[in-house]
Every structure is written in C-alpha cells, then in structure tokens.
Design a protein around this ligand. Structure first.
Ligand SMILES: [Zn+2]
Length: 242
C-alpha cells in the first residue's frame, strides 16, 4: 500500500546487498500467504472501464511467466465463479491483500488501484502500480522488510510514520493506524518469509531518499518493470514442476 506515483526520484542505483550466490531466494515471500502451486487464481473486476481491465490483463501475467500459476479474468462478479481470489476496485487507494488471504466467497475488494484513474498519471506509473500490487497479491512483501535490508532502522521508522496518515485516510482509528503501520513495516524474520538477499531493483521496493550513517545521501528509485530477481524468485516459489 502506498502513494507510489508521487515519488519521482533521480538516483544512482547500486546493487547493494545482492546475495549473488543465492539469486533465486531474493525478495520477500511470506510463507503462509503462498498460493498452492498450480493454482488458477480467479481475478474479477468490481468496477472500472474495459480499457483499464485490458491493462491489468496485459501486465499482471508478466509475474506468471515460467511459473505454475494462472490467472483467469472476469469483468464482473456476475460472470465470475463463486470463488474469486483477487477482486479489483479502481477506487479509494492503492493496496492489496497479501497472497492467499482465505476469503474467496466474498465480494469486497482485495486490491485497490485508485491512482491509475488519475488524470495526469503516466503509463510507466500505471505499470508500476499494477505490477507492485500484483506482487503483493502473489504473497510478496515490501522489499525493505527483507531481513537483509542494508540501510538501517531509521528509514523503516520514516516509512512507518508516513504510513499512518494513509491508514487514517482509509478509515482506521489513530491507535489502530499506528499499530498497523508498525506491523506492516518492520522486517520479517526468516522463519516467516522465504528470503535472503536484498534486491534494490525489485518492483516491491519503495522509492525513497534518505541520509546514510556516513552522511551520504541515498536514493532508491521507483522501478517500473519486474527485476531479474523478482522473476527468479517467483519462478522458484511457484515452480512449474512440483
Ligand atoms: Zn506495497
């Protein structure tokens, strides 16, 4: 969940922290949110114009190349099967339920893509939002929650603080917003997630600019395509052969 389109940052990208000996385990996939291998996920649009549906239908499957998963798209709940796994609304905010959430017979949105409706949004930003939120829908967490995040706790605290007003905006009380922002921003232990290396180029990273302990400024740029390691990781976690 984020206001991903509002950060347009210029940066020197470094491949900091890449565990080049263990490429296939980069990114952060929450174990208990992993879909069953070989699943077909029913994706339904709760609203939105056909042109927007087409964009999602074109972009989301980029995650599935070389994996065992399939998406089956439906333009409304009326035409969808009883079980729907990803339910998309182009309203409210940007965000997605994480992976296999368990509520498949409901009709509430599990993914919101509000910013793609903005008048002045670029095609690149639309692509980033859709790919990023589908990463969450496949069980991937934000890359800065990687236990191997190399830039220190203070920037995580900054992300947590920035999260609170957004959480308030979608209706949470102050204490709930604070707790929830704390929970969804701290690093995830290796017990809970499949992860080792930190991937600066992951679509699941947040754009940010901050000072390092040595006084240098560090910028993480918003990316608009799946990284090599994003593709590696998702193939590894949803392999074609069992
Ligand atoms: Zn996100």
């Amino acid at each position: 969940m984020s206001n991903l389109t509002k950060n347009s940052l210029i940066v020197i990208i470094g491949l900091y922290g890449l565990g080049l000996t263990n490429l296939s385990n980069s990114a952060v996939l929450v174990k208990e949110k992993r879909w069953h291998n070989h699943s077909t996920l029913n994706v339904v649009f709760l609203n939105g114009e056909p042109a927007l549906h087409s964009k999602v239908k074109m972009l989301a499957p980029l995650w599935l190349e070389g994996t065992s998963l399939k998406f089956s798209f439906f333009d409304s709940l009326d035409t969808a099967p009883e079980d729907t796994h990803i339910r998309i609304s182009f309203t409210s905010h940007n965000g997605s339920r994480l992976g296999a959430h368990g509520e498949y017979k409901s009709s509430f949105a599990t993914m919101n893509l509000a910013d793609v409706m903005s008048q002045d949004i670029s095609e690149r930003s639309i692509q980033r939002i859709i790919l990023h939120e589908f990463g969450h829908a496949l069980g991937l967490e934000h890359e800065y929650r990687n236990i191997n995040w190399p830039y220190g706790q203070h920037i995580i605290e900054k992300f947590t603080e920035e999260c609170i007003p957004r959480m308030r905006q979608i209706g949470h009380d102050p204490e709930v917003a604070e707790q929830r922002c704390h929970d969804i921003n701290q690093s995830i232990s290796k017990k809970l997630a499949l992860t080792t290396a930190y991937d600066e180029r992951s679509i699941m990273n947040y754009p940010a600019s901050f000072a390092l302990d040595n006084g240098m400024n560090k910028t993480i740029e918003a990316t608009h395509t799946l990284s090599i390691l994003d593709k590696h990781a998702i193939k590894r976690w949803y392999p074609k052969s069992p």
